[in-house]
Design a protein around this ligand. Structure first.
Ligand SMILES: [Ca+2]
Ligand SMILES: [Ca+2]
Length: 416
């Protein structure tokens, strides 16, 4: 679920001279942010106003990358002996070709969600060539690739639907993020009403995000990561919003401006990277209801813990490792009790155990994807013994992926 804000293109030229680098869209913008912002006091850890009935984040500030991570024994570089770290950095498996996406429809795949019948719904924003309309694709249980839904343009901006994170609601509907680069807080989360396994209607559920990214439902709530709540601040502030599903039934929620004051914001995290100003990305829950957040540019995975009333009681860096450079999509596999992390920067999938150890599952060099290798993996999900990987292939400088090359592919890593 990685996302490269195109709106920053407009600022990029100005930043080139400041930065002195042709480091590309994201790097340039990030450097620009660096150049124009002054040091700020530590960010808020949550909104000032509690969301009714769900409590507010009372979490401590996310720790700086250099801090020790209590309880994250594994966090590789932090407390693992060198030899053990080297072992954890050695890939266990190799990615293979899963499916080749049809070039006449797909040029940029992103997030996936698994339906109860074993189908996968894949969001395809088509950022590499916006003349191709964005779509949702379906991969059937026997791995046939079909178009599932044409996505309408954003009614306010008139621009294509920026399809990113997708999840299934308890009633079978889908939630889908619509990232809009133009304007301020024009991103949304939409609901796709489903009927007999088919999409019937799509409409807004929550409006006013900066970069709406991952979506996930749990215990009557929808959680949404916003990757850039305040990109002017250093460190960059991003975070997670929570909405009662009941409140989304008959009304569209409009978020506050600025976002940091919205009462649905339950926690913020900081991103310290000087290259990229992209923070909270993938989301997943473990069996105990702890919420994990991928911090894209810092390559750390954060954990929120809640009390019995849903109040955030801990907000900390859960895992980091020298070999984990980026934390894009997250997926929790209940069978193996592992968190799968897509590392867009170095073409890797990592597995994090619940003690915080980060093991490289698979990793490969730059590829066009035709050999089955990962071409900028943005999310991995587990279906049975298969880890299925979406290869976004939407490169920016600083990634191992050097260029967009057709076709777009999904990879598979077999766990058996
Ligand atoms: Ca490719
Ligand atoms: Ca490529």
């Amino acid at each position: 679920m990685s996302r490269w804000p195109e709106r920053r293109i407009t600022h990029a030229v100005a930043f080139f001279c400041v930065a002195g680098l042709l480091a590309g869209l994201i790097s340039v913008v990030s450097l620009g942010v660096l150049g124009c912002s002054r040091p700020q006091e530590p960010s808020a850890t949550g909104p000032a106003v509690p969301a009714a009935g769900v409590g507010r984040a009372s979490a401590p500030e996310a720790e700086a990358p250099s801090a020790a991570v209590p309880g994250a024994a594994g966090a590789g570089a932090v407390s693992q002996p060198a030899a053990a770290t080297a072992d954890l950095a050695k890939p266990l498996k190799k990615a293979e070709l899963f499916v080749r996406l049809p070039e006449e429809i797909c040029n940029t795949p992103d997030a996936m969600t698994l339906l109860p019948d074993g189908s996968i719904i894949l969001s395809v924003p088509n950022f590499n060539d916006v003349s191709q309309p964005p779509v949702l694709m379906k991969i059937t249980p026997d791995n046939q690739v079909e178009k599932f839904l044409d996505l309408p343009p954003n009614p306010e901006t008139g621009k294509p639907f920026g399809a990113l994170g997708i999840c299934v609601a308890p009633n079978g509907d889908l939630f889908l993020a619509d990232y809009q680069a133009e304007g301020k807080q024009k991103s949304r989360v939409c609901r796709i009403k489903m009927e007999n396994g088919m999409p019937r209607e799509i409409g807004p559920a929550v409006e006013g995000f900066s970069i709406s990214n991952a979506v996930i439902c749990r215990d009557g709530y929808l959680y949404v990561s916003d990757t850039q709540i305040d990109a002017e601040k250093r460190p960059v502030i991003s975070g997670v919003f929570r909405f009662k599903l009941e409140d989304l039934e008959n009304a569209v929620i409009k978020l506050a401006e600025p976002l940091i004051h919205d009462p649905h914001l339950i926690a913020t995290i900081e991103t310290h990277s000087t290259e990229l100003s992209l923070g909270a990305d993938g989301l997943c829950f473990d069996d105990d209801g702890n919420l994990y957040i991928g911090n894209f540019a810092d390559g750390t995975v954060h954990r929120l813990r809640f009390d019995s009333e849903g109040k955030v009681v801990a907000n900390e860096i859960f895992a980091r490792a020298d070999h984990m450079k980026c934390a894009d999509g997250l997926f929790y596999d209940r069978t193996r009790k592992l968190i799968f992390v897509a590392d867009s920067k170095v073409n890797a999938i990592h597995m994090i155990s619940l003690d915080g150890r980060v093991q490289v599952l698979a990793q490969n060099g730059d590829t066009d994807g035709l050999d089955g290798g990962m071409d900028q993996p943005c999310e991995a999900i587990v279906r049975g013994n298969e880890v299925i990987v979406s290869n976004m292939d939407w490169p920016v400088p600083g990634l191992l992926n050097q260029k967009y090359d057709t076709p777009c592919t999904l990879s598979v890593i077999r766990l058996d």
